[in-house]
Design a protein around this ligand. Structure first.
Ligand code: SF4
Ligand code: SF4
Length: 673
């Protein structure tokens, strides 16, 4: 064993490997991606023997592959971000009915905020919809323990189990004791044993439904009584109900031993106030309790008696624990992010048990109804709830914090300097001119094409929707041109059915495949078009053109998006074509090539017209209003920031005065893999 500083996602990879996982498959998506990459790195370094790890073409493919291996008895791990589970949901809904043989863990990372997602979807809801148990860690350490417990739980009940961390759990770093090497658990000798139960006929679904209800009841009880699982439901009392120091020392890592359940002093008044929290909010709530206890002690006063419960196993809801927790309480405050899952459960529990406690939370506006929680806000709300407002300064931020925040520049998301997508968008806009058009975007870096000055994206819905939505626009507004943008990874993940639909139904759209040879937005992962797998095997890249042709697209053009004339010409031909047409804009992402020599601006020639800025908006170009030159007079001049510019030379083609001295792009755009 070695003590290592690891990010949550890295630690979860170690946990799965130590649990003997045999197959790891997922599709990249922030904040989940590092787990699969860590497994691949450990495998490549020889520290994870016998493991198969892959980026699958999409989440559905990943989960179905994992299911196949689990039917053989292998321990399997599927990973995705919250919206990725939507793609895999068709498989998940049936998989739970069929059941699994090998431990099947679904690592689904939620994104409160959202920081890098299209929705604030809550996987705890999906778990109850799919009737799959879910574990909800409050800290990376607890997530580590949950990953291991989830495999055992899955095998005990033949059910998939979801582990659902949120961004702060995935990306926080701390020290872990991890095994130096891990060995995948052997698939049982009997392997896959054919049985009618693996075939989900209606009769099997009927029987399976009953089995699910039965096992959910048993799992709910396990969450209260099984020593491994019950440790994820931390319960303790504090304030006047207990030694305040105990509350102050409440286990902030939320991985308290089961015997930390109750610390009530027999002589102290029974608490009437309850605090329920889940996920990272449980860690904030425990830190807030500790902080208020410290302040109360300094002020020589007591916090009122309260009882705290971290619900680390939100589904199936551990009702026995809820009853134990709620006994004697008059009010309960719920801290959670995303949906009001625990709040709903406590309300339901109150109704079911005819209890008279009041539940406060998102519905009552006593906690945030969207976005992330944080410690400062939790302290304020908790102090108010406990009736100790005097313990909190009404200023949320100290002067130092405010000063610090004022130094952080507000930077809207923007395409990187030298990003080839900039040229693709610019070419389409130039080709369209004043022609009315709807520009349908998709999920990926290229969603940023919506920003000024390009303003080349009108819609973005979900993975693969650009191509299909364009067809809807074509039907409803046939007088306009419809252009769909899709990245190379998204093309393989979710784009193909849309292309087939356009061909089959004869929709007049232009599909722009922005091929930058990687899955750029999530950290440059490979995909079927890159010619290499996550485990390093070389494959013949699947040709996007060949796929388009196979699906029946006959009008296909190619262009280097950093060559404006070539790109505009290709775009014009494709847009003019009546019927489905495609342009493949191919140029590698700047993250996977070495930067070239930066461009420069000739101060003698620059007129200060700003066209290089207002046309393409590359962050590598700035404007110095105080600069003076023969042609610019007092208008100021543009300048190139050599620390950002990679010499793509797009701007040199935009400047009407040839004032930009070309940089030197990388001679060969060889992708660094
Ligand atoms: S050459 Fe121009 S467009 Fe390209 S990265 Fe440099 S400043 Fe930006
Ligand atoms: S570099 Fe060219 S486009 Fe940019 S401000 Fe100067 S003259 Fe205008």
């Amino acid at each position: 064993m070695t003590k290592q500083l690891l990010m949550g996602n890295q630690a979860f990879a170690h946990a799965a490997l130590e649990a003997g996982v045999r197959v790891v498959a997922g599709y990249p998506g922030t904040p989940s991606s590092e787990l699969v990459e860590t497994v691949a790195q450990l495998h490549a370094s020889g520290s994870a023997e016998g493991v198969h790890v892959e980026w699958s073409t999409n989440e559905k493919a990943a989960l179905e592959l994992a299911a196949g291996a689990a039917y053989c008895g292998a321990r399997v791990l599927f990973t995705c971000k919250q919206v990725g589970l939507n793609v895999a949901s068709d498989a998940l809904m049936s998989l739970n009915y069929v059941g699994v043989k090998g431990g099947t863990v679904l690592f689904v990372a939620d994104d409160p905020g959202p920081i890098s997602s299209q929705t604030e979807q809550d996987t705890r809801r999906f778990a109850s919809f799919a009737k799959v148990p879910v574990l909800d860690p409050a800290t990376p350490e607890q997530g580590f323990a949950m990953m291991q417990a989830a495999f055992d739980l899955s095998e005990r009940y033949h059910t998939p189990v979801i582990v659902r961390p949120t961004t702060r759990i995935c990306h926080a770093s701390t020290f872990f004791e991890v095994a130096d090497t891990a060995q995948a658990r052997k698939v049982p000798d009997e392997g896959f044993v054919p049985d009618p139960k693996w075939i989900i006929f209606p009769r099997r679904a009927y029987v399976g439904h009953g089995e699910i209800i039965q096992r959910l009841g048993e799992i709910s009880r396990d969450f209260a009584s099984d020593s491994v699982l019950a440790q994820f439901n931390v319960m303790f009392e504090g304030g006047a109900a207990a030694d305040t120091d105990v509350a102050a020392d409440a286990p902030a890592d939320a991985a308290a031993p089961a015997d930390a359940a109750t610390h009530a002093d027999a002589a102290a008044p029974a608490p009437q106030l309850g605090i329920v929290a889940g996920g990272i909010s449980a860690a904030y709530a425990q830190d807030a309790i500790a902080e208020l206890a410290r302040r109360a002690k300094a002020a020589n006063m007591d916090l009122p008696a309260f009882r705290f419960w971290q619900v680390g196993t939100p589904y199936p809801f551990p009702e026995e624990l809820a009853t134990e927790f709620a006994t004697g309480l008059k009010r309960i405050l719920v801290f959670e992010e995303l949906d009001s899952v625990l709040e709903d459960e406590m309300l339901r529990h109150a109704g079911k048990t005819h209890a008279s406690y009041e539940v406060l939370g998102k519905y009552t506006h006593d906690t945030r109804d969207s976005g992330e929680n944080d410690l400062d806000d939790t302290i304020l709300r908790l102090a108010h709830y406990l009736g100790v407002d005097a313990l909190v300064d009404c200023q949320c931020m100290s002067k130092d914090q405010e000063d610090l925040m004022s130094l952080v520049p507000v930077r809207p998301p923007v395409l990187c300097a030298g990003c080839p997508h900039r040229g693709s968008f610019y070419a389409i806009k130039r080709a369209l001119g004043k022609t009315p058009a709807v520009l349908c975007g998709d999920i990926g870096c290229y969603t940023l094409g919506n920003a000024a000055p390009l303003e080349a994206i009108d819609t973005c819905l979900c993975m693969g929707a650009g191509i299909t939505m364009a067809q809807g626009f074509a039907v409803a507004e046939p007088d306009k041109k419809q252009v769909a943008f899709v990245g190379d990874s998204t093309f393989f993940a979710s784009g193909l059915p849309g292309v087939a639909n356009a061909v089959y139904n004869g929709h007049d759209i232009t599909i722009c495949v922005l091929d930058n040879s990687t899955t750029a937005m999530t950290g440059s992962q490979p995909h079927p078009g890159t010619g290499v797998t996550l485990m390093g095997s070389k494959r013949e890249p699947i040709s996007i053109e060949a796929v388009l042709r196979a699906l029946g697209v006959t009008c296909i053009h190619h262009a280097d998006p950093l060559d404006i004339d070539e790109s505009v010409a290709a775009a014009q031909k494709a847009i003019e074509f009546a019927g489905p047409a495609a342009i493949i804009f191919k140029s590698p992402c700047i993250q996977i090539i070495k930067p070239g020599v930066p461009a420069d601006i000739d101060t003698e020639t620059c007129t200060g017209c700003k066209k290089c800025i207002t046309e393409i908006g590359c962050p590598g170009i700035g404007f110095d209003a105080s600069a003076r030159g023969a042609k610019s007079k007092d208008r100021g001049q543009a300048f190139v920031d050599p620390t950002l510019c990679n010499g793509c030379n797009l701007c040199t083609q935009v400047c009407p005065f040839d004032a930009i001295v070309p940089g030197m792009p990388l001679e060969s755009k060889e992708v660094a893999r």
